[in-house]
Ligand binder design. Structure first.
Ligand code: BGC
Length: 434
């Protein structure tokens, strides 16, 4: 008993000295990726807790089978402090589909550019093996009536080109407005993967719209994309100059600003809530408090989320942020995607939440959403939560490019992982189990 008190006292003293070192402008530097590590030793835990027992959060890419979508529960319940943080893909997909359909209906007098009675759209697909991308393709096809059922769900395969309406993975839909019926046709869709293998590739989408517009020109009335990176690339390359409404997903700053210039709309996946949850579940585990602290239950600094911005699915060990449509009606409220969410913006006290060291990777350092929205948010929250985060950027293609940089997990108190491929969780957990 006595011995324990001594150890605890030393830990407290050690923690205090770490606070003192870190206080002269030394909270984590964010993006540099290689902070000195002086503050991090405040944990005292990194050396004593086995890596396999340290808090682990998967984010943005949910451990799952990339062919069937089935969740990888072994990865999601790797230890008692393992969670996933993402967003509600189906709710967001339905919102995106409805947003496009509402736009078509509201602009029916001008939308059919060549007046042939067919509303033609093209679709940029992010990653055919990523549940969120699949959900968005399905959501658009469902809302526009172009989806075809396959194995009990809407087929999400890219179709290549379909100007004559004969593709088998989609069908022609119809929309009735003011007593007149219009055909809706998916003219083309393609996975935007570059030759090196990176998915959600904006440059590939910019090239694709060039090819599509020169082949079917004014048959294209609407452009839809699984995300804003690809959507903005198509908007800048073609649709802006041709007044063709273009819809994306993510509510990145550039896309929201472009709504004022004719970008049709986007979906906010509440990255401000996700980035907070990503780090907060780690903070709670490191503090040894209930995981709901500062989430559904207010913490002592007043941080709390209301249940209209997230859901927790206990069986899936997953937190899902809820999505909001961003259109010409409300985009002024979304102009800064990197701003922390006000209800969870209160600084934690460093004496009761001492600095801890976190290893975090972004699967692709040039992913538009993760680099321009998610990571800046994480960097804002890491300070508020007293977490000293090392940010590792991958190349978007090679898992080992990232796992190679998890060579010394013993240096860290917790891990936040964004995989290249959702099937690859075991290549990370194997390193933590050694
Ligand atoms: C975003 C995409 C991003 C992807 C990366 C998605 O949630 O919407 O923009 O490329 O995550 O995994």
């Amino acid at each position: 008993m006595k011995k324990r008190i001594v150890v605890l006292t030393m830990a407290v003293l050690f923690g205090l000295s770490a606070v003192a070192c870190g206080s002269d402008g030394g909270s984590s530097s964010g993006g540099s990726g290689s902070s000195s590590g002086t503050e991090s030793s405040g944990s005292g835990g990194a050396g004593t807790v086995a890596n396999k027992d340290k808090p682990l959060v998967w984010f943005n890419r949910q451990p799952s089978n990339s062919s069937t979508g089935e969740l990888d529960m072994a990865a999601l319940s790797f230890n008692d402090d393992t969670y996933y943080v993402g967003f509600d893909a189906n709710q967001g997909a339905e919102l995106q589909g409805t947003m496009v359909k509402d736009y078509i209906e509201a602009n029916i007098d001008t939308i059919d550019r060549n007046g042939d009675g067919v509303i033609g759209y093209v679709l940029a697909i992010g990653d055919i093996g990523h549940n969120d991308s699949i959900a968005r393709t399905r959501g658009v096809r469902k809302a526009l009536g172009t989806g075809v059922e396959k194995d009990g769900n809407i087929d999400s395969e890219p179709i290549g080109t379909n100007t004559d309406g004969s593709a088998s993975a989609v069908q022609d839909g119809s929309i009735e407005v003011n007593g007149k019926t219009y055909t809706v046709r998916e003219l083309a869709s393609q996975e935007m993967k570059n030759s090196a293998g990176a998915t959600w590739d904006a440059a590939t989408a910019g090239n694709a719209i060039g090819t599509w517009s020169s082949s079917f020109g004014d048959q294209i009335d609407v452009v839809v994309s699984n995300n804003d990176g690809m959507g903005m690339s198509m908007f800048n390359a073609w649709s802006k100059d041709n007044d063709v409404p273009t819809f994306g997903y993510d509510a990145n700053n550039d896309a929201v600003a472009a709504i004022g210039e004719g970008y049709g709309g986007t979906i906010s996946q509440h990255a401000d809530v996700q980035a907070y949850l990503t780090l907060r579940v780690l903070r709670n585990a490191l503090d040894g408090v209930d995981v709901d602290t500062g989430i559904g239950t207010a913490d002592e600094a007043g941080n709390v989320l209301s249940d209209d911005v997230y859901v927790y699915n206990e069986e899936e060990r997953s937190y899902y942020a809820l999505n909001v449509a961003v259109t010409a009606d409300n985009y002024q409220d979304f102009t800064d995607s990197t701003k922390v969410y006000e209800p969870v913006s209160n600084q934690l006290d460093e004496s009761s939440h001492p600095s801890k060291k976190v290893w975090l990777d972004i699967y692709n350092a040039s992913d538009n959403f993760l680099s321009s929205t998610y990571q800046p948010l994480l960097q804002n929250y890491d300070d508020l939560l007293n977490l000293d985060v090392d940010y590792i950027g991958g190349d978007g293609q090679t898992e080992s490019n990232i796992t190679n940089r998890l060579g010394n997990p013993g240096q860290y108190d917790a891990f936040a992982i964004n995989m290249v491929k959702t099937d690859n969780a075991a290549s990370y957990t194997a390193l933590l189990s050694q």
